[in-house]
Design a protein around this ligand. Structure first.
Ligand SMILES: [Zn+2]
Ligand SMILES: [Zn+2]
Length: 106
C-alpha cells in the first residue's frame, strides 16, 4: 500500500457494502476492538453495522445490538454509551447455548 491518503486510518468494508473509515489496527493493539480484535461475545461474528455514532451487530433476526467492544471503548474514552436498544436477547446469549454451558453475563 502506498496511497498516503489514509496513513492514519483503516478503511473497513462493512457487510452492507459501505466503507467505514476507522482507526488503524495499531491504535487498538492489545485491546478488544469491534473491528480489529473482537472479544468473545455472542455476536462477534455477526455483520457490523455502523449507525453513524455507534457500532452495532446485526443478529440473525435483524435486530441491531450495540457492539460490546464498541461500548467498552466508549466507556473507556468517556463517549456517550448507547445501551437501550430493540433487543431479542441475542447479545446476551452465548453462541454455544444449543448444547454448551451458558455463561452468565453480568
Ligand atoms: Zn436475534
Ligand atoms: Zn441486544
Amino acid at each position: 500500500m502506498g496511497g498516503g491518503l489514509f496513513d492514519d486510518c483503516d478503511l473497513v468494508g462493512l457487510h452492507n457494502g459501505d466503507l467505514l473509515q476507522t482507526h488503524p489496527a495499531t491504535r487498538c493493539a492489545g485491546q478488544f476492538c469491534s473491528i480489529h480484535n473482537p472479544s468473545d461475545h455472542p455476536l462477534n461474528t455477526r455483520p457490523l453495522n455502523w449507525r453513524g455514532w455507534v457500532m452495532e451487530r446485526t443478529c440473525p433476526h435483524g435486530f441491531g445490538h450495540p457492539d460490546p467492544d464498541d461500548t467498552a471503548w466508549r466507556r473507556r474514552t468517556g463517549r456517550p454509551v448507547r445501551s437501550a436498544h430493540d433487543c431479542d436477547g441475542c447479545c446476551r446469549r452465548r453462541q454455544s447455548d444449543t448444547g454448551g454451558n451458558p455463561e452468565p453475563t453480568p
